[in-house]
Design a protein around this ligand. Structure first.
Ligand code: DX5
Ligand code: ZN
Length: 215
């Protein structure tokens, strides 16, 4: 069974409480929270203040994905807002190892996110230190994009690297996950599926989550 993480980015923000409560009722495991700064990615989403409100309602693990420059400036704020996991991009962290250690020292799970153009090999000296590898299967910034097929090979390579390096990291796939490709993605070795539009755009979001879990 896959771990499923609905991405709040695709929710109806006018009715955020209802959306978070729907996820509470569902079989989802985590709630994925996309933070964007308009610098590292072209879009701007939300920050710690919104997460603090979400945390008051959610019963799920808060998986925070920081698509921001110099993310370490904000670790404390996201922890205080209620993050359980902090995922940071390899592309934004010249001192990645130090940043990962800092997240873990705060008692949170640490994830490293990697953009579609960057190879699995870039992870080789950090993979043993992280709890999650967040593999971007679209270019970060927007929901509702198409899954990049070559990512399936990268998932297999990362799976091999995890075994070679004795890592316990979970492989999380973010972007373009649908009911049609979910089984192929978990078949390649993914443990976690992030899904925005597939969940919040569905006629029956609870059923969509149930089907993703079975993938
Ligand atoms: C994209 C975000 C994703 C996004 C996925 O930059 O990191 O988490 O919400 O959206 P879907 O599932 O619609 O591709
Ligand atoms: Zn994300």
């Amino acid at each position: 069974m896959a771990i499923v993480a609905p991405s709040l980015l695709a929710a109806d923000f006018l009715h955020l409480q209802t959306e978070v409560e729907m996820v509470n009722e569902s079989a989802a495991d985590w709630l994925h929270l996309d933070v964007m700064d308009g610098q590292f990615v072209p879009n701007i989403s939300f920050g710690p203040m919104v997460i603090e409100f979400v945390k008051k309602v959610t019963k799920k693990v808060c998986d925070v994905h920081l698509m921001i420059e110099e993310p370490s400036r904000y670790f404390e704020q996201f922890k205080n807002a209620g993050a359980d996991h902090i995922n940071i991009h390899i592309e934004t962290c010249p001192r990645l190892h130090q940043d990962i250690q800092q997240i873990k020292a705060m008692g949170l799970k640490a994830g490293v996110a990697i953009n579609p153009h960057n190879p699995a090999s870039l992870l080789s000296d950090i993979i043993a230190d992280v709890d999650i590898v967040l593999v971007m299967s679209v270019n970060p910034g927007f929901g509702g994009q198409k899954f990049i097929p070559n990512i399936l090979n990268k998932i297999r390579e990362i799976k091999k690297l995890i075994a070679e390096k004795g890592s316990h990291a979970l492989i999380n796939i973010d972007g373009g996950v649908t009911l049609d490709n979910a089984a192929e993605i978990t078949g390649a070795g993914a443990d976690v599926l992030v899904a925005g539009s597939t969940v919040f755009g569905a006629k029956d979001p609870l059923e969509a989550i149930r089907l993703l879990k079975k993938a």
